[in-house]
Design a protein around this ligand. Structure first.
Ligand SMILES: Cc1cc2nc3c(=O)[nH]c(=O)nc-3n(C[C@H](O)[C@H](O)[C@H](O)COP(=O)(O)O)c2cc1C
Length: 369
């Protein structure tokens, strides 16, 4: 019976043969609580437990010290961090899984406390009027510093360096985090990008940085191992608001991504109800499936039934599950046997240590001999 579920069918993504379409969405878990922001054995164990996902997309991992915005998130810029990630990729591969790393720069969502008092960087000097998760707890965000052209160039190089390190660390690919109100999304949106140079003004200019990042990353790894994440209808979250330019901007980006042979495009349905907003597209998969020619993975608030349905309808090729993977390390097996799902505990999403991280049990112990 389980064989007929669309979610459990294998899928070819570039040159990778993935065993199912139940992918693990990227999730920050703030467990890298050491001075160098390195992953360690608990991360290897956590990802090993979830290796039955068709593809794991790792937690957001900062590409430079300037890119960080939350406590205890791992980096992928230093040699020590790269070395440390090897135990994670090895663990996932030993279990027959595949893992991409999410390359992250939070831009204006950061806080001076992370940067020796210096302002966080963004497309323009704007404040998301949100909260930043600093070493001293949640603090009000500040008005960021507008990036110079030199800083934009450096940031593109940081993405490239992160991708190079990711390959060195044994990842199967990278996902560019151009979503959820973080740096690249801040460039796309005309409410956070007031630039008048080549990176602002027109849609083409506001989207430019993403394509320069892809072009730079392509120099150090195969194009068909690069994924891109977008959240076109993000509104009222992390300082993002939509306007009349939002959907035309994402239409342009998705169309232009067709010019690349990417591993996949990862889209989120709206995180909040946008059905009554004038400028919002409430049905992301419906709008973008006909436009995007490559592999499309869809996310946000899916369950087994809706996941199977959206693939059967031809609106997505795979589904990325977030919170269900936190509390159900064996999510594909549970779907296969129609087993009940365990609830997640929000209180331990971002707390250090094993609790709420590696202590969610699998459905049953494997029977030995
Ligand atoms: C604890 C937690 C951490 C998250 N961290 C990230 C992240 O690092 N990068 C990212 O792109 N999205 C992140 N997200 C968003 C998820 O990838 C996903 O979009 C969201 O949870 C909705 O999917 P779900 O309903 O299946 O949980 C996070 C979500 C949660 C709950």
């Amino acid at each position: 019976m389980s064989k007929t579920q669309a979610l459990l069918q294998p899928i070819e993504v570039g040159d990778l043969a993935l065993k199912n379409r139940v992918w693990m969405a990227p999730m920050t878990r703030s467990r890298a609580n050491n001075a160098e922001n390195k992953v360690f054995d608990i991360h290897a164990n956590y990802y090993r437990q979830r290796a039955s996902a068709g593809l794991i997309i790792s937690e957001g991992s900062q590409i430079s010290p300037r890119a960080v915005g939350y406590i205890n998130t791992p980096g992928i810029y230093s040699e020590a961090q790269t070395e440390a990630w090897k135990q994670v990729t090895q663990a996932v591969h030993e279990e027959g899984g595949r893992i991409f790393i999410q390359l992250w720069h939070v831009g204006r969502m950061s806080h001076p406390d992370f940067h020796g008092g210096k302002l966080p960087l963004s497309a323009s000097a704007t404040n998301p009027n949100s909260k930043s998760f600093t070493p001293e707890g949640f603090k009000e965000t500040v008005t960021a510093k507008e990036m110079s052209l030199e800083e934009i160039k450096e940031t593109i190089q940081d993405f490239k360096n992160g991708a190079k390190n990711a390959m060195e660390a044994g990842f199967d690919g990278v996902e560019i985090h151009s979503s959820n109100g973080y740096l690249l999304h801040q460039f796309f949106n005309s409410t956070s990008n007031h630039r008048t140079d080549a990176y602002g003004g027109t849609i083409e200019n506001r989207a430019r940085i993403l394509f320069e990042v892809i072009d730079a990353i392509k120099e150090v790894m195969p194009e068909n191992r690069i994924g891109v994440r977008l959240n076109p209808s993000l509104h009222g979250v992390f300082g993002m608001t939509m306007n009349e330019e939002t959907i035309p901007t994402f239409d342009y980006i998705v169309n232009k991504l067709n010019g690349y042979n990417l591993a996949y495009l990862h889209l989120s349905e709206p995180f909040t109800d946008v059905s009554k907003l004038e400028f919002a597209e409430p049905n992301i998969a419906k709008r973008y499936r006909p436009i995007y020619k490559g592999t499309l993975v869809i996310n946000s608030a899916f369950d087994q039934e809706k996941g199977n349905q959206i693939i059967e309808e031809g609106l997505a090729d795979a589904v990325a599950f977030g919170k269900p993977f936190i509390s159900n390390p064996d999510l594909p097996e549970r779907f296969a046997s129609h087993a009940p799902l365990a609830d997640w505990d929000q209180d331990t999403f971002y707390t250090p240590g094993e609790k709420g991280y590696t202590d969610y049990p699998k459905l049953e112990q494997e029977k030995v001999g």
